[in-house]
Ligand binder design. Structure first.
Ligand code: PLP
Length: 465
């Protein structure tokens, strides 16, 4: 019987001959319509093969609607805006840091026309793309020189390869981290052709461990910030100042992979003090690497700041060309760094900093606004309430930091929290919420302008249940 139904399905050609389906061709090109018909036909076959075979009947009118839906789908972009109601600020799967508006404006300005990316306008000759970022980075961090590559993983690879190819690098056993997406210090070390010399133990490493490991082959001492885990109890590690001193005495450069790389001290806002880039520079570290899209809150980038000779050597490495940033990154990062020149402005205009420092009273206001919107929906088959909760920094930064927040809790009648969460997620304006205590909750901390309206619209239009 299934075979019979499958055989009876019309062909693509005969559907195209159907006068109403042929009408699609007036507005769309033929390949798009043909592809949509093929996809819709494939779905019919699945229906027949599935459990609904017995009640299956092909209906050209309904099929036409399905083709229309497929045509619409084919025009949609795969990556789209998403409402992040998870409360995870640097949500790696949702694009990490949302860009400041000024970065976006600059990006459009610079990239929809030509730009002096590598052109020195004064001299009328070839310039350097890094020249737009280096002075700003030096001013903000106090370093002598700077360079920016694709991401921090690339920055680490590049520094290791430049300073330690075929040589030894000393790292504490307590700092051999793995970052999400399979970035592991020992693996990056191998790919950079440097050899890793582990010192100390998992929980304790002392200055004399580093001293004892030094050989004529030692070309770098590396310190890695434990961004995504914390150690408590009987622990010890060596302060950067002591490592810097040891390096200087032995004429060996010292590197610090900071990862999250904050340019501001957040401890005034109830957030644990992360080491800042400025701390590392002032502590005498020779070369420092950090991400552009973690706590800095800019575009994806790997920022390298440090001593002039080291940055000059890195610029000469052929790998630098392979890892270089494009003009979009230069535009977005320069505008982001410009905002940091005025720290107060940074806390207002950099979304990551704004979200990190939002006060619970502000979040309560947002929660009440959403509550009002949802309760105002006539015939809404759900209950809404507000409760306290915690947001997270995310992006592998400050894993233990719990930031007090306000949650809007929603319970819909006749639909399980898991199904509601999926409906929200697969909505045409995707809303990513979190499930907590078997309820769907929206964390107010990570909402962006316009998100409240998107959520309200979902519940207005939703045939939930
Ligand atoms: C995040 C992180 C990296 C990788 O940075 P990306 O920008 O994701 O490439 C490397 N090292 C540390 C310590 C990190 O926290």
């Amino acid at each position: 019987m299934k075979k019979e139904l499958l055989r009876k399905l019309p062909s693509v050609d005969s559907i195209l001959k159907d006068s109403k389906t042929a009408g699609f061709l007036k507005e769309r090109s033929r390949p798009i319509v043909v592809e949509a018909i093929r996809t819709a036909l494939d779905k019919e076959r699945e229906l027949i093969k599935g459990s609904e075979a017995r009640i299956y009947r092909f209906n050209i009118g309904e099929f036409r609607k399905k083709v229309e839906t497929e045509i619409e789908k084919s025009g949609k972009l795969s990556m789209a805006r998403v409402v992040n109601a998870t409360g995870v600020i640097l949500h790696t799967n949702l694009g990490r840091a949302p860009l400041p508006v000024s970065a976006l404006k600059n990006l459009i300005e610079v990239s929809t026309a030509y730009a002096n990316l590598e052109f020195d306008l004064e001299k009328g000759e070839r310039g350097e793309r890094y020249s737009h970022l280096e002075p700003l980075l030096c001013r903000l961090t106090g370093s002598e020189a700077a360079l920016v590559v694709n991401n921090n993983a690339a920055a680490v690879l590049l520094v290791l390869n430049t300073l330690a190819e075929g040589k030894e690098v000393i790292v504490s056993r307590g700092e051999l981290v793995e970052i999400g997406g399979s970035f592991r210090i020992p693996d990056v070390m191998r790919k950079s052709a440097a050899s890793l010399v582990e010192v100390g133990t998992t929980n304790r490493t002392h200055l004399n461990d580093y001293e004892a490991a030094m050989t004529p082959e030692t070309s770098l001492i590396m310190k890695v910030h434990r961004s995504n885990f914390d150690m408590v109890g009987f622990t010890a590690d060596v302060p950067i100042q002591d490592l810097a001193k040891l390096g200087k005495e032995n004429n060996i450069p010292v590197m610090n992979d900071l990862g999250s790389g904050s340019l501001v001290d957040l401890s005034g806002y109830g957030i644990k003090r992360e080491p800042t880039v400025q701390d590392s520079v002032a502590g005498g570290i020779d070369v420092i690497t950090f991400s552009g899209d973690k706590l800095l809150g800019g575009p994806q980038a790997g920022i390298i700041v440090g001593k002039k000779e080291i940055i000059a050597a890195i610029k000469k490495n052929p790998l630098t060309r392979a890892l270089r940033i494009d003009k979009l990154t230069v535009a977005a990062l320069e505008a982001t760094l410009k905002v940091y020149m005025d720290e107060l402005k940074a806390f207002h205009e950099i979304p990551v900093l704004r979200m990190l420092t939002l006060q619970v009273a502000d979040l309560a206001k947002t929660a009440r606004r959403l509550l009002k919107g949802l309760r105002g929906i006539p015939g809404g088959r759900f209950e809404v309430s507000i409760r306290d909760g915690f947001s997270q920094v995310g992006g592998g930064a400050m894993p233990l930091q719990e930031i007090p927040t306000k949650l809007v809790v929603i319970k819909a009648k006749g639909i399980s929290p898991n199904r509601l969460e999926k409906k929200l997620r697969t909505n045409s304006n995707a809303i990513v919420a979190r499930i907590e205590q078997d309820e769907v909750v929206f964390d107010m901390r990570t909402l962006i302008e316009g998100d409240i309206e998107i959520i309200t619209r979902f519940f207005k239009g939703a045939s939930i249940g």
